[in-house]
Write a protein that binds this ligand. Sequence first.
Ligand code: 5GP
Ligand code: MG
Ligand code: MG
Length: 195
Amino acid sequence: MALDDDIESVLFSEEQISERVSELASQIDFDFTTTTTTTTTTSLSAPVIVGVATGAFLFLADLVRKIKIPVVVDFIRAESYGSGTESNGAPRISFDLKIDIQGKHVILVEDIVDTGNTLSCLIAHLKSKGASSISVCTLLDKPARRRVNFELVGKGKYYCGFKCPDYFVVGYGLDFAELYRNLPYVGVLKPELYK
Ligand code: 5GP
Ligand code: MG
Ligand code: MG
């Protein structure tokens, strides 16, 4: 009984993800090189990559290994989902940053933007901590389900790996009831497993 047996179809393969992650990393290198003086880099000028736990852990790990400019890494946790497949209202921040982001360029790394609730809450939180810009880098974006529009801060940019069709997806960090995160690809979970 392999984990693969619960997957109806593969949406984004390991190879596709790896290729796209490289492209995103190059774009980030390019966009943030002007704001980072490589000869005098200190952690003061390096962008802060903020991973949204737990879902973004694999994406973040692969992304930062492909980014060539100096970056600082930290994590934040926002809880809005139970073990189901539907958002249960306004998320709360249940684990906060260790790093002071006052005056820093922040790149928020997410697994998926669905209704937009989590992201708008996180952006407001990071903005209140004085980030000078807030960018978002999400592996997946499900535009069909958007309910809340989020605004980037300062000269923040939006990076998106793939537009995702309106299925409940798992793998490459994304879970159902905390399982399936270790699949190396993104796939559609067989609906009979959660309906
Ligand atoms: P939002 O607040 O935008 O509705 O949802 C964001 C969070 O919901 C994501 O970070 C993710 O944890 C969860 N989520 C939304 N859609 C999916 C999905 O298709 N699959 C999984 N596994 N999680 C999802
Ligand atoms: Mg997430
Ligand atoms: Mg989840």
